[in-house]
Design a protein around this ligand. Structure first.
Ligand SMILES: Nc1ncnc2c1ncn2[C@@H]1O[C@H](COP(=O)(O)OP(=O)(O)OP(=O)(O)O)[C@@H](O)[C@H]1O
Ligand SMILES: [Mg+2]
Length: 296
């Protein structure tokens, strides 16, 4: 569904250039549910905006659903945004119209597609049901809680039946239970409708509950955590609950196409490595990294 290779995004302002993505490599399979984590300013929203066709990449390769986002004309990009991707924004105010009801909000994107009004109303209600909010359909947005508004935002993003759903901090300002509920909604959409979902989050709790988590550091992927197989089995169990689960994922460092590796800062600290050189050695099927002699 997503293939990006050495993806670069540079923001130019009058007297400054910001390298928001510096050669990001990432593949996301069709029907995957995955999360992207990273510190503030590491390039997460930038990446999502490029995927969503809201911003243009500066260099590298970016394919979504077999289409080259680099080569797309403006008209193709509009078509892409209308038909292929759904977007849940980091800032709720950008998702929703406060003076309309939940139902009207979900109908809004459908106003721009052909079809009769009755069908659209039914579809909007279906979507509200999917996110568990049909009982609040006639409430205006300012009468809904933050978590409920976030669910309306998800319903809106689904209005055009996207193949790819992008969510930027969808649980940014909600409590643990609401966050679990929103994750369940994503899981259902992923499993039942086969939508590929990429969630950007700061929320370590949420990140533990998806099949794959990619960490971005300084605009590059640095490590990946993958759900252990026995958890994937356990989750299928009808009594499965996220409460009291231990380590669900295994961590891997990411090797880029040139064989470069980012060593987690924590490990460098533990080895006491301060310079820019390390000793590599191969023995017994393992590569070890050592602090060079004389490096204090
Ligand atoms: N439109 C822009 N113009 C200039 N610089 C930008 C623009 N958008 C983002 N940046 C810069 O690019 C870098 C990456 O920003 P981005 O918004 O992708 O970070 P983020 O990982 O989403 O952070 P957060 O977790 O705080 O949302 C930052 O240094 C940011 O200041
Ligand atoms: Mg962001």
């Amino acid at each position: 569904m997503i293939e990006c290779d050495n993806l670069v995004k540079i923001y130019k302002t009058r007297d400054l250039e910001v390298l928001a993505l510096q050669g990001l490599d990432l593949k996301v399979e069709d029907k995957e549910l995955m999360a992207v984590i990273g510190n503030s300013g590491s390039g997460k929203s930038t990446f999502l905006n490029l995927l969503g066709g809201l911003d243009r990449p500066s260099a590298g390769k970016l394919y979504v659903d077999g289409r080259d986002l680099f080569r797309m004309t403006e008209a193709e990009l509009v078509e892409y945004k209308k038909n292929t991707v759904g977007f849940v924004w980091q800032n709720n105010a950008r998702n929703l119209l406060p003076y309309l009801t939940a139902w009207e909000n979900v109908m809004t994107p459908m106003l721009f597609t052909p079809g009769n009004n009755k069908k659209k109303k039914e579809r909007a209600l279906e979507l509200l049901e999917m996110v568990g909010l049909s009982h609040r359909k006639n409430n205006r947005l300012n009468q809904l809680s933050g978590g409920e508004q976030q669910r309306v935002a998800i319903a809106i993003a689904l209005a055009n039946s996207p193949k790819l759903l992008l969510a930027d901090e969808p649980t940014g300002s909600v409590d643990r239970n609401t966050s679990d509920y929103i994750l369940d909604v994503f899981r259902e959409l992923n499993e039942n409708m086969g939508i590929t979902i990429v969630i950007v989050t700061h929320d370590q709790g949420l990140a533990k509950k998806v099949n794959r988590v990619v960490s971005i550091r300084d605009g590059k992927t640095s490590s990946e955590r993958i759900m252990k197989n026995d958890y994937i089995e356990k989750m299928k169990d009808s009594d499965f609950s996220w409460h009291d689960v231990g380590e669900t994922q295994e961590e891997y460092a990411v090797l880029d196409r040139a064989g470069r590796l980012q060593i987690p800062e924590e490990l460098l600290d533990r080895l006491g490595i301060k310079g820019n050189k390390v000793k590599l050695e191969y023995n017994n099927g393992k590569i070890t990294i050592e602090k060079p002699e004389g490096d204090n």
